[in-house]
Design a protein around this ligand. Structure first.
Ligand code: ADP
Length: 467
């Protein structure tokens, strides 16, 4: 692992360097290259120069190279998972799952064929839609899934014939740089470029005149800036933003059976998942028992350095998020009843005890805002229509879950939740061929599925007279 960036086919040092912190210790564990504005320009120029040749290769040849990157990742998947845990904090088993998913995802995209679609064929005309690449795609990724967010963007961008400048989050650039090292020997120069910043180049990348599309995953606040930055050159944008997903438990559920599913849905990756369960609504009849069961699971969970055997919940990823969560813990203490956790662990690193909060009002910050951490409010409801209205409150609409034995009733509730995805009796099932994305201010556009793939292309309709 050199920590170098990939620009125009070469692994290069940065104009500056960046220390990357292991969130389990709070200490730097590696120093990597960091770009300045001139290196960003080089990366965009290289991507632009490489675009026509890459587009001309066609799906099959591009797919071979993308599959080769997947193979290279597979050949070192344990080492990559270890790197992932060290920079991001998640337990090793979750990191292994993420790396595996990233590899599958690249293979899924490598297998796409991009066949033209015959829109109409009659005796006197034939109309065919081709999907052509956009040009240079800026892929800007967050720190919660440093491998999967990379494959999720470079896979569809590259297979459809675009070239890429990838900028990972400054607190988790290491896996992206390792993927860049692997890619350096695979793709033609300039097809994939990876640069690192210290949160100072995202703006310049997202309003660069030679960038045709920005695929961004991150906070709603930054997503707004990306959208504004794209206005001048009418960039295509895909924005996967924040969420405040409600889990609605119906009154025919057994609280003991449901509690572990809710707990995992809220605490996986220390709660740092856009689609995590961020608030639970439980009916009067089972409220007390469900709260007690969730608290028991929180107290029993092993919180530790993700590389340690048995760790179920790791640290949160960075100091800023850790401090933000301390604010939510204060809010929980002041406005609700904390029945498990409630404080950081007394050790180095950014560890927060998994926290369950009950009897907290809907207008508390912990309920209204996206906490993005292992702190879960559990709210009581009486009437199903009332709880649907409460779940739909606010500007977010990313995901949500409904849990009930009576499937018709559960599906009926799911239909009324104003979100891009609602799962019924399951959570976080995201096959690569199914589109997902946000309603309201949780995003624009979709990733995954045909819709997600099409978002990296533009339609090119050829309309032919046959007589
Ligand atoms: P968070 O607030 O959770 O750190 P962000 O949405 O700020 O999340 O970060 C997601 C990604 O967006 C990161 O790669 C970050 O460096 C990048 N970023 C930050 N500011 C901007 C900006 N103005 N334009 C584009 N990307 C940005």
């Amino acid at each position: 692992m050199t920590g170098k960036m990939l620009i125009n086919g070469a692994l290069v040092d940065g104009a500056a360097t960046l220390d990357v912190i292991n969130p389990a210790t709070g200490q730097p564990f590696i120093t990597v290259a960091r770009a300045d504005q001139a290196q960003l320009e080089e990366a965009v120029a290289a991507a632009r120069a490489a675009a026509p040749g890459w587009a001309a290769l066609g799906y099959a040849a591009r797919g071979v190279l993308i599959a080769r990157l997947a193979d290279a990742m597979a050949a070192e998947q344990d080492a990559l998972a270890h790197l992932l845990t060290t920079e991001q904090g998640k337990p090793l088993a979750q990191a292994q799952g993420e790396v595996r998913a990233g590899i599958f995802q690249l293979r899924h995209y490598a297998a796409q064929t991009g066949e033209p679609i015959v829109l109409r064929e009659t005796a006197d005309c034939r109309i065919v839609e081709h999907r052509t690449p956009l040009g240079v795609v800026a892929a800007i990724t967050p720190w919660n899934f440093p491998v999967l967010m990379v494959t999720q963007k470079i896979g569809p961008a590259l297979i459809t014939g675009n070239t890429v400048v990838l900028k990972p989050a400054p607190t988790t650039p290491v896996c992206a740089l390792r993927i860049a090292e692997l890619a350096a020997g695979i793709f033609p120069a300039g097809v994939l470029n990876v640069i690192v910043d210290a949160n100072d180049l995202g703006g310049a990348l997202s309003n660069h005149p030679d960038v045709a599309k920005v695929s961004f995953t991150g906070s709603t606040a930054t997503g707004r800036k990306v959208m504004a930055a794209g206005a001048d050159s009418l960039k295509r944008i895909t924005l996967e933003l924040g969420g405040n997903d409600a889990a609605i438990v119906l009154d025919d559920m057994d609280p003991r059976e449901i509690a572990p599913k809710l707990f995992n849905g809220a605490m996986m990756n220390a709660g740092q998942v856009c689609l995590a369960i961020k608030r639970v609504y439980a009916p009067d009849a089972i409220y007390d028992e469900l709260c007690a069961e969730l608290a028991r699971l929180a107290e029993a969970a092993t919180v530790d350095d993700g590389t340690r055997q048995g760790a179920q919940i790791g640290p949160v990823q960075n100091r800023m998020q850790f401090e933000k969560l301390l604010g939510y813990l204060e809010d929980a203490e002041a406005n609700g009843t904390v029945i498990a956790g409630g404080k950081p662990l007394d050790r180095d690193g950014y560890f927060i005890a998994p926290t369950i909060v009950r009897d907290i009002p809907d207008d508390a910050r912990l309920v209204r805002e996206e906490q993005f951490g292992p702190v879960l409010p559990v709210l009581r409801y009486t009437d199903v229509d009332e709880v649907i209205a409460r779940a739909n409150t606010g500007d977010y609409g990313l995901g949500g879950t409904v849990w009930g034995k009576d499937l018709d009733r559960a599906v009926d509730v799911a239909m009324k939740i104003d979100s891009g995805t609602v799962w019924v009796n399951k959570h976080l099932d995201l096959p690569f061929d199914i589109p997902f994305g946000g309603a309201k201010q949780s995003g624009i556009g979709r990733e995954g599925g045909d819709e997600g793939l099409a978002a990296y292309t533009q339609g090119h309709v050829v309309n032919i007279a046959l007589c």
